[in-house]
Design a protein around this ligand. Structure first.
Ligand code: IPM
Ligand code: MG
Length: 356
């Protein structure tokens, strides 16, 4: 197959980790007879430096004209002072929205080899962690009206959290479809004891649940979910939630599996085209030092093959290669533990590519 991949290396450690993911994709192409054509674009802080804005039109156009997008990370303290409409994060939100990527899938799975890296007690970790966070990605407080006005002589800031029924229905369907291919259990997370948007969320999720009698559906309040994730993470199969809650809970879910550097994500809309990125940020403190963990990005590339290109055996092969390299004791700094062999970002990429 021939596929065109728009590549956004971005800022901080972005270029380093994406380079390793491309190394792995190139190896897959060679082994399985595919052609991946990369079109590299600037978005985020590096685009502000060159174009004065984080998402130039021609960059966005290349995200719309491709088979999928691979992204490293955007942002950093260098651009903290820029006006919010051109901030690096605005590029990410702009791409998600323009591509219609409403479903963000974030698998949090504990690699048994990394059990020591989890901050949870061994007896909790021993029960296993394997959940799929399904986060709504282009609605809620992120995309509602934002404004700061003066009222009674002081500034008052507003961020509108809005959800329409169709936005909830489509993400709920994604969650139930995902659950069917896994453990057939959906936990829908909301704050229905306080928020109207959550009460509507719950109502629509229950309607959709009726179409999936083979999948169990349970409601859980978001504060309780944050607690249950550290108390008994084994109880979760698929978690579906709105944008802001999903942002927060997915960082928590990733950390209990050992390192945020391991967690991949897929952002999908109606078609097969998606955007794939690790869930961590640009880590400016370790940028340019060949220290970052590229596994979250490499596993994101595997998700691209699985979800957008229907290259199942190729995706399986990447995941197996990651597993083998961990079995052999190779670790980047973030997941390093006693007795293991510490490697750099590029060595980790080489090792995984070599297993293929
Ligand atoms: C994420 C990130 C982004 C988000 C930021 C960088 C805008 O935290 O992908 O989880 O909040 O969605
Ligand atoms: Mg986040």
């Amino acid at each position: 197959m021939n596929k065109t991949i728009t590549v956004i290396k971005g800022d901080g450690i972005g270029p380093e980790i994406v380079t390793e993911a491309m190394k792995v994709l190139d190896r897959i192409a060679e082994k399985y007879g595919h052609t991946f054509t990369y079109q590299e674009i600037l978005a985020g802080g590096c685009a502000i430096d060159v174009y004065g804005k984080s998402l130039p039109e021609e960059s966005l156009q290349k995200c719309l004209d491709c088979d999928s997008v691979l992204l490293g990370a955007v942002g950093g303290p260098k651009w903290d002072g820029v006006e919010k409409s051109i901030r690096p994060e605005a590029a990410l939100l702009g791409i998600r929205s323009a591509m219609g990527l409403y479903a963000n899938l974030r698998p949090a799975r504990l690699f048994p080899q990394l059990a020591d890296a989890s901050p949870l007690k061994p007896e909790i970790v021993a029960r296993g962690i394997d959940l799929m966070m399904v986060r709504e990605l282009i609605g809620g407080a992120y995309f509602g009206e934002h404004k700061t006005v003066t009222e009674n002589g002081e500034l008052v800031a507003h961020d509108d959290m809005t959800y329409a029924e169709h936005e909830i229905r489509r993400i709920a369907r994604t969650a139930f479809e995902t659950a069917r291919k896994r453990g057939s259990r959906v936990i829908s997370v909301d704050k229905a004891n306080v928020l109207d948007s959550s009460r509507l969320w719950r109502k629509v999720v229950h309607q959709v649940a009726e179409e999936y009698p083979d999948v169990t559906c349970t409601d859980m309040l978001v504060d309780n979910t944050a607690m249950q994730l550290v108390k008994n993470p084994a109880q979760f199969d698929v978690v579906v939630t709105e944008n802001l809650f999903g942002d927060i809970l997915s960082d928590e879910a990733s950390m209990i599996t050992g390192s945020i550097g391991m967690m991949a994500s897929a952002s999908l809309g109606e078609g097969t085209r998606g955007m794939y990125e690790p869930i961590h940020g640009s880590a400016p403190d370790i940028a340019g030092q060949n220290l970052a963990n590229p596994i979250g990005t490499i596993l994101s590339a595997a998700m691209m093959l699985r979800y957008s290109f229907d290259m199942i055996k190729e995706a399986d092969a990447i995941e197996a290669a990651v597993n083998t390299v961990l079995d052999k004791g190779y670790r980047t700094g973030d997941i390093m533990s006693e007795g293991m062999t510490q490697v750099t970002c590029s060595q980790m990429g080489d090792l995984i590519a070599a297993e293929l």
